[in-house]
Structure formats: structure tokens, C-alpha cells
Write a protein that binds this ligand. Structure first.
Ligand SMILES: Nc1nc2c(ncn2[C@@H]2O[C@H](COP(=O)(O)OP(=O)(O)OP(=O)(O)O)[C@@H](O)[C@H]2O)c(=O)[nH]1
Ligand SMILES: C[S@@+](CC[C@H](N)C(=O)[O-])C[C@H]1O[C@@H](n2cnc3c(N)ncnc32)[C@H](O)[C@@H]1O
Ligand code: SF4
Ligand code: SF4
Length: 600
């Protein structure tokens, strides 16, 4: 979801003001739009559809990367290098990590190709990280390339700040929009102990410089017990008259770090320390939809602070992140072990379409939440029913889920392997037109009552898009079998999607006075309301031409629904196609968007 909620202040009314009471009130979840699409109000759904249409138009039709939990991935984190000039206690061993050869790293042009591809699929935010990203010599060029990629609205960097002063002006000029700087201690000696390097002065100067360039600079502070926990309030004090957003990060276990439970301090405990000092002055701010941070501020302070609570209260249900490692592996989850090499696919000469297919497949396997940590080791969460978590429900048991099916040539191989592939047969019946006294008003009938086609040769060429929607009411048994993909005839939704594309291409042959159109794009997605045994279908058609594609979208949608009927009728014929209508049309002289679907 790409709803953008504005940040607004929120102050709790309090009866008692003991630290414990205040912390209790302040830790109530306050995340807007945190739930997946199934709990949206009709108004929000309409807005979501409108945004989706806008987005599809903007991205020239590449479908966004949705996972099986309806999470749309719009944020790409790219690690530019494995190297680092620090050795933070919680991140790297003193001797550093084993480095792969340079030729295994993604090159500048490979990074930019991937960004372009992800942007075409709706990614609008990229963050560069590492290792230490400023070690990469071509960092300014990379930022420049990313910021000028169509569709990218934000380019951020997360850095330890050691050499940032050198690059900051160029980075800003290259289009860097956001900066997060890590600093774990305000005490020079402790800083050196935690990073195993003496760099405090340079990092602090970089922070001051960045504040001059950016309206808000985020500071990342990993808090470790017995190390820097006693500095939490000092960090909050920095926000008094500085445009800083200090984020306290819970220590997370990673493969290489030495995670010890003794070092862990949860966010409630940190908040306690702050409330002890500021009492009622602590204000909870509302969080943006995909924020990792629970945001707060002290009343009257210029800046704010927050907690990244990956361990004690994870935020996986709103996850919109994908990441690429420095050597070009796609990771769909920070804590997941599965990776797929995009670098190898690029170097084997894969087309963008093939890469998209690989990415979508990986995204389909993304778990509902991150791995469970036991004894400092991460274990993948179990699949299927255990994946259901905090309102996130996989397709197999969802009450309503948008099933996204990527469009690509690889479908064909997938389909060939499916046992039954039926293209529903459309019969075109000959039609008798009755001539009425108002034939002269009809554009498709001449004065003698003969059918005539409209001459569109003088109309302007423009990009035309149409979106149609329809529903098939199923039986409960059919609904269940579709959701579990156990229908005997084969993979219903995949076949229906392909049939819808073939159907759209046939419009000029099926509907007597329609013009043949050179279609640029057709896509169909499904929204399966399993509980209510309804399958909604949304079809989009686009062309660049002098007449519209509404009929193509409507036909695509209808054929998809008919195909579902055909694939399932052996189980029961008690199904009904209903509510097929045009949701949106743009290009040409008029734009139309249905403003109240309930009226249809
Ligand atoms: N669980 C989890 N934690 C993450 C993820 N990305 C970042 N984090 C945590 O957030 C901390 C800060 O990350 P940053 O690199 O500053 O990125 P960010 O917070 O996503 O950045 P913005 O929201 O764009 O400001 C990291 O140290 C992690 O602890 C993620 O995908 N999953
Ligand atoms: C891996 S670093 C890479 C970017 C850069 N080198 C830096 O330190 O900002 C990104 C962020 O992850 C945080 N981080 C690293 N190891 C962590 C851990 N074990 N638990 C929580 N956060 C961690 C760092 O503090 C930093 O804010
Ligand atoms: S947290 Fe960043 S600065 Fe520290 S060792 Fe890891 S990569 Fe380097
Ligand atoms: S742990 Fe994985 S699923 Fe959870 S927020 Fe991070 S990347 Fe997303």
C-alpha cells in the first residue's frame, strides 16, 4: 500500500503519571494503516484502486511486487559493499568479514539496471547501505543515476559518517534526499570501544554538516546493555534544539555477530529511562504506514526520537522492503536465509522480463514475519498455517487477498506443464438490429439503419488505459479449492489470467463494430474473498492509439471470469458472473473513474 499518512501529534490524556503508567500508555500501538488491504474501508479501498491505477499508468504497466500477504514492495535497500572502516561490536568481528573478489560485486551499471527494473515495478525509494557505502568510489555516480531514474522519489544513504564530510556536498547535488548516520555513543572513548575505531570527531562533524543540508537527519543508535544504555537520555537531549530524529535500535542477531541475550535491551526499558526523566513531557507521534520506527518526541523539543523494535515488537506486517546484497543477491527479508543471484542472471544475459519473473518468484516465498531467534540463532518461521500472523494471512487461508500473478513469457512454460489448459471458446452470435426513428443519433448505425463503424482516423493518438472489474460468485467448496490450487483442471487463476489476455486480443473479432487495436499491455489480477466465496477480477488494458481500450479491459475481465467458470463447473454449476463494469478510463478526450462502486 502506498497510502501516505501525515505525521500528527498525539498526546495521551493521563490520569496518573507514574513512570510505569506513562510507559504503558505510550506503548499502545499507534500505527496508521498498519493492517493489510482486507481491513480497509470502502473509501480506502477506492483510494487504493485509484492509486494503483495511477501507479500502473506511471510504471507503464509493470505490476508491483506483491507477496502472498498483500504487501507491496516499494522500498529497495542496496548494499554497495561488504567492506567497512569500522568494526562495530554488534555487527562485525574485529578481524572483519571475509570479502568476495571485486568482480563478484555488482558494478555501477548493474546496480542502475536493477534500480530501473525495480522502479518500473513501482519501487519509489532506494536506500544505499553496506558495509559502509561511502567506501564505494563511485558512490556519487550511483546516487546520480538512481535519483534520475524515472519513478524514484527518494534516495537515502545509511552511513557511519566517517568519511561523509568529503562527499556530502556532491551527494546532495547528485540527488541524495535522505541521510541516516549511525552513532552509538556521544562519549569519544566509548564510541571507540563500540566501533573499535577512533572516529567520533569526524562522525560528529559529519552530522553537523548534514544538518545544514537536510531538514531532518536521522541518527541510528544501537543500544546495548552495559555499554551505552546510560546514554539514551543524552541522545534524546540532542533533539532539544536540533533537527534530529534519534532512533534507538534493538540489538538484533545476525549470522556474523556475537548476539548475547545479556546485551539485549528492549524498547520499553529504554522508554522507561526517558519517561523517568521527562514524565508527561513524552509525546507519542503517529507512525507512517511502512515505518520501522515507533516515533516520539519531548514536548517543546525541535527534533524527535523513536525505537526500531525488530526484536520485541516487529513490524513485518507492514514490510515493504526488498534488499540486494553487494554481490547482487536478492534477499526478500533481512533475516531470511534464502537469496537468489540477480548478478548471475544479468551476466547470463537475462532480459528484464526474465529478471522480473525471478524477483516475483522470490517475493512469492517471502514469509509473513522474520525468523524466530533461539539461542542467538535465527530459524525460518514455519510455512503455511503458521505463517498467519497479526492479520497477515497467506493465500491458503486468507479471507480476502489480492493474488498477484506476474505477466511474463515464462508463463507459457508454466502453462505447458499444467495438466489442462483450456481457452474458453467464445461464440459470436449474429445479431439483428432493429431500426428506430432515432437512428440518425446513433454513431454505430447509419440513416438507413445499417450498422456502421465510427471513423477514428482523425482522432488524436494518445496513451489510453482502461480498467474493468467483475466478480464470480463461487460455492464455498470451489472457493476453497481455488485458494488451495487443487482444482482438477489445473491452476485456475493462471489459466484465467492468460485467457483474459488472449480474450482482450480478440475484441475486434468478437464485437462487431469495435476497431482492431494494437494493444501495448493487458494484465489481470484477482482479489479472492475466500470467506464469502467471491472472486473479484481486475483487468487493465493499455494502448497508444486513436480509440479507447474499454472493451478490451471489459472483455479481458469477462473472459477471465468465464474461464474460472469453465475450470470449476465440474464441481458445481452454481456460480454466477456478476457486476462487470468499467472502473476507469483515461486517454482520449475524457477521463472516467467510477467514484462510488457501491452504486453499481
Ligand atoms: N526487521 C527489519 N529491520 C530493519 C529493516 N531495515 C532496516 N531495519 C532496521 O532499521 C535500522 C535502521 O535502518 P536504516 O538503514 O537507517 O533504514 P530505515 O530505518 O529503513 O530508513 P528510513 O525509514 O528510510 O529512514 C537497521 O539497523 C535495522 O535495525 C528491515 O527490513 N527489517
Ligand atoms: C549494517 S549498517 C550499514 C551502514 C553503515 N555502515 C552504518 O553503520 O550506518 C546499517 C545499520 O544497521 C545497524 N546494525 C548493524 N548491526 C546491527 C545489529 N546487530 N542489530 C541492530 N542494528 C544493527 C547499524 O547500526 C546501522 O545503523
Ligand atoms: S554497523 Fe556499519 S559501521 Fe558498524 S561495522 Fe557494521 S557496517 Fe560497519
Ligand atoms: S524482518 Fe523481514 S519481513 Fe520483517 S520487516 Fe524486516 S525484511 Fe520485512
Amino acid at each position: 500500500m502506498s497510502c501516505r499518512a501525515g505525521k500528527k501529534l498525539f498526546q495521551w490524556s493521563r490520569v496518573k503519571s507514574s513512570t510505569e503508567e506513562i510507559v504503558k500508555q505510550l506503548t499502545v500501538p499507534l500505527r496508521e494503516h498498519a493492517e493489510p488491504i482486507l481491513t480497509l474501508t470502502p473509501e480506502q479501498k477506492r483510494e487504493a484502486v485509484r492509486l494503483k491505477i495511477q501507479e500502473i499508468e506511471h510504471t507503464k504497466g509493470q505490476p508491483p511486487f506483491f507477496d502472498m500477504f498483500m504487501r507491496e514492495h516499494t522500498y529497495l535497500r542496496i548494499s554497495l559493499t561488504e567492506k567497512c572502516n569500522f568494526r562495530c561490536l554488534y555487527c562485525m568481528p574485529a578481524e572483519g568479514v571475509p570479502l568476495k573478489p571485486k568482480d563478484k560485486m555488482l558494478s555501477n551499471s548493474e546496480v542502475l539496471r536493477l534500480v530501473k527494473l525495480f522502479a518500473a515495478h513501482g519501487v519509489d525509494k532506494v536506500r544505499l547501505t553496506g558495509g559502509e557505502p561511502t567506501i564505494r568510489k563511485d558512490i556519487v555516480h550511483i546516487v546520480e543515476g538512481i535519483s534520475s531514474t524515472p519513478g524514484i522519489k527518494e534516495v537515502g544513504i545509511t552511513t557511519n559518517g566517517l568519511v561523509l564530510q568529503r562527499f556530502l556536498p556532491q551527494l546532495r547535488d547528485a540527488g541524495l534526499t535522505k541521510i541516516n548516520i549511525s552513532i552509538d555513543s556521544l562519549d569519544r572513548e566509548k564510541f571507540a570501544k563500540m566501533t573499535r575505531r577512533d572516529g567520533f570527531d569526524k562522525v560528529w562533524k559529519a552530522i553537523e554538516l548534514a544538518r545544514g543540508y537536510y531538514p531532518k537527519v536521522k541518527l541510528n543508535v544501537v543500544v546495548l546493555k552495559h555499554q551505552n544504555e546510560n546514554e539514551v537520555v543524552d541522545f534524546v537531549n540532542l533533539t532539544k534544539d536540533r533537527n534530529l530524529d534519534v532512533r534507538f535500535i534493538e540489538f538484533m542477531p545476525f549470522g556474523g555477530n556475537e548476539f548475547k541475550n545479556d546485551n539485549f535491551i528492549g524498547y520499553r526499558e529504554m522508554l522507561n529511562l526517558i519517561v523517568d526523566k521527562y514524565g508527561d513531557g513524552v509525546i507519542r507521534l503517529s507512525d507512517s504506514p511502512n515505518d520501522t520506527t515507533k516515533a516520539y518526541k519531548i514536548d517543546g523539543f525541535q527534533g524527535q526520537f523513536g525505537f526500531i523494535t525488530s526484536m520485541s515488537d516487529h513490524f513485518c506486517n507492514t514490510c515493504n522492503r526488498l534488499r540486494i546484497t553487494a554481490d547482487g543477491n536478492l534477499k526478500v527479508c533481512l533475516h531470511g536465509n534464502s537469496e537468489v543471484s540477480l548478478r548471475d542472471r544479468i551476466r547470463c544475459g537475462d532480459s528484464d522480463e526474465q529478471l522480473s519473473e525471478v524477483i516475483q518468484k522470490a517475493v512469492n516465498n517471502k514469509k509473513a514475519r522474520h525468523a524466530v531467534f533461539r539461542n542467538g540463532r535465527s530459524e525460518e518461521p514455519a510455512k503455511s498455517s503458521n505463517d498467519s500472523y497479526r492479520g497477515l494471512t497467506p493465500v491458503t487461508s486468507a479471507s480476502s487477498i489480492l493474488v498477484h500473478l506476474p505477466s511474463s513469457s515464462l508463463y507459457h512454460s508454466h502453462l505447458h506443464s499444467s495438466r489442462h489448459f483450456f481457452i474458453s471458446q467464445i461464440r459470436c452470435f449474429s445479431t439483428t438490429y432493429s431500426v428506430s426513428s432515432i437512428t440518425h443519433l446513433l454513431t454505430h448505425v447509419d440513416n438507413n439503419g445499417n450498422a456502421k463503424q465510427v471513423d477514428v482516423s482523425q482522432k488524436d493518438t494518445s496513451t489510453r488505459t482502461a480498467v474493468a472489474r467483475g466478480t464470480i460468485i463461487l460455492t464455498a467448496e470451489i472457493s476453497r479449492q481455488i485458494s488451495e490450487n487443487t482444482i482438477k483442471k489445473g491452476d485456475v487463476l493462471t489459466v484465467a489470467k492468460i485467457a483474459s489476455i488472449l480474450g482482450a486480443k480478440q475484441v475486434a473479432n468478437l464485437i462487431p463494430l469495435c476497431h482492431p487495436i494494437r494493444l501495448d499491455f493487458v494484465d489481470t489480477v484477482f482479489n479472492h474473498d475466500i470467506e464469502n466465496s467471491k472472486l473479484h477480477c481486475i483487468s487493465t488494458a493499455r494502448c497508444s492509439g486513436n480509440t479507447g481500450v474499454e472493451m478490451e479491459a471489459l472483455t479481458a475481465c469477462t473472459i477471465a471470469l468465464l474461464t474460472v467458470y469453465d475450470m470449476c463447473k465440474a464441481i458445481s454449476q452454481k456460480m454466477m458472473l456478476t457486476n462487470i463494469y468499467l472502473v476507469h478510463k483515461s486517454g482520449g478526450k475524457t477521463t472516467y473513474t467510477i467514484d462510488n462502486e457501491n452504486q453499481i
